[in-house]
Design a binder for this molecule. Sequence first.
Ligand SMILES: [Zn+2]
Length: 215
Amino acid sequence: MQASRKKQNYIVNAPRRLAHISTMIKTKYWKNKEFQICYKFLMRAKYSIDAKYRASWRQKMRQIMPEKMRAKYVGDPTYRMAHQQKMRARYAGDAKFRATHQQKMLTMKHVKRADHQLQQRTDPVAAFIQHMQEGPIYTCVSCHRHLYRQTVVKLNLSRYKPESRQLLSAMLAVSNSKKDDQLYICRTCQTQPSAMSGCHQRSQARRHAQAAASH
Ligand SMILES: [Zn+2]
């Protein structure tokens, strides 16, 4: 009777006992250098001979490492710079890596766009609020009005007919936008290329009228 109760207690207390042992090992591991070396050696040996342990270890690493490395990348500037340099060198020298990276970026871009479109469709109110909070910070390259995000689209010159493209290029040349700036065009100027110059002229005329009125 006594023995069976002891056994029962032993089973019931197993998780607590294991946690205690684990804490003890961890403490010893960080305090005792010699123990650390022995423990590492033992675990390496186990890793090389025990396939089940190896598989579970790999699984665990796959789960925790990306987050750990990301935290290190964000929090450690030296590591970040070294990593960027390493990646840049690899990108330049390794064609396979470059192709994989480009494919990954393209997929990410598509996923991001799909997410955005889904949000617009499923939660248009949230999208609207977000745009309103941003304010009218998007300038149309053609009519130069400052607009909300939902009334402009990203400018892609290659989509325009040669004459519209030429006009837009001329406007961009005199504006002070940098080469890498993301440029936007309002939906009016975008969908009616013929009205583009009209829209521009209207805004010019408005500006002239305002200037004349202030004199
Ligand atoms: Zn416009």
